[in-house]
Design a protein around this ligand. Sequence first.
Ligand code: SMG
Ligand code: MG
Length: 374
Amino acid sequence: MKLRGIELRRVSMPLVSPFRTSFGTQTERDILLLKAVTDDAEGWGECVALADPLYSSEYVESQADVLRRFLIPKLASPEGQAAIARSGAAAVAGLLHPFKGQRMAKAAVEMAILDAELRALGRSFGRELGAVDDRVPSGVSVGIHDSVPQLLTVVEGYLDAGYVRIKLKIEPGWDLAPVAAVRERFGGDVLLQVDANTAYTLRDARHLAKLDEFELLLIEQPLEEEDVLGHAALARQMATPICLDESIVSAQTAAAAIALGACQIINIKPGRVGGYLEARKIHDLAAANGLAVWCGGMLETGIGRAANVALAALPGFTLPGDVSASDRFYHTDITEPIVLEDGHIAVPTGPGLGVTPIPEVLDAVTTSTEWIVF
Ligand code: SMG
Ligand code: MG
């Protein structure tokens, strides 16, 4: 495979409604997309970094900067070109390994090159990653609301739409009451979980243990990302399974968290861990250790969403993911919309991602483009 160049494209997309988490409110998504151009095909990558470094240390401007300054030049170097010609996308992580962190940028460029490679081969992401299902159950992440009645209306809408699992964002002051209200209104059969995005400390253990009575599937990332030992201690003080998101940034950190008893479940987000190939390694590691995993979301466009659906179809993804339909976040997606059918999302079968940006729609949301020639 011969890479000719990479386009960096920034798009700005309004959200259908504000999405509030313990770290802030998103009203629009400022997204960096990458297009890898090879002799045989074009491939797309989506960088999941948010505009501000509030979910993780990465932010969209920093990821664009590291791509143009370090990551793309490394891939364009004679060593980089030779490795990609030999091994394709499988060479990317190794080439970029000397650069610390920056996993969301690394994931995006690997994804674009993998998509180009698979399109040229006529092979889908799902097939390449090892998908075993042709559709995946779809869960939805519900933000913090101003009032419990408002929340119940929103949750009811998602349940009516067919979503098979509800995730409530929580923070101190918005935890027991909304969970109790959702349980009371919609019953014990609804698959329900919560996500704190690091908003608590181990001193809150006794309070968090009060969630146990609501029979949640899991509590996601209650403590700070680096507090792996804290999560292990918390796991001994509450019955609700602990799921890690922000703390898991690689297969190595996953192995350590598992060994320490810091989590019983892992949320796998390819962007957070440096790419779909690393994500698959974490899936394999978790399966070997008997842990369930599920696919997280970062308010992706159809590009990232299609790849996540393919990943979520691997056999170890035994819990419904945050892989919702395009219209959960966007009135108009840049690809043909990802849709919910009977609570599920179909795994794309076309070459590569199986979806492509629609040129006019993409142009309408584009705020800048930059072409880096190899
Ligand atoms: O894409 O459905 C989605 C969003 C899922 O809640 C979601 N993501 O911590 O898991 C998480 C958050 C991170 C993004 S919050 C702006
Ligand atoms: Mg999370």
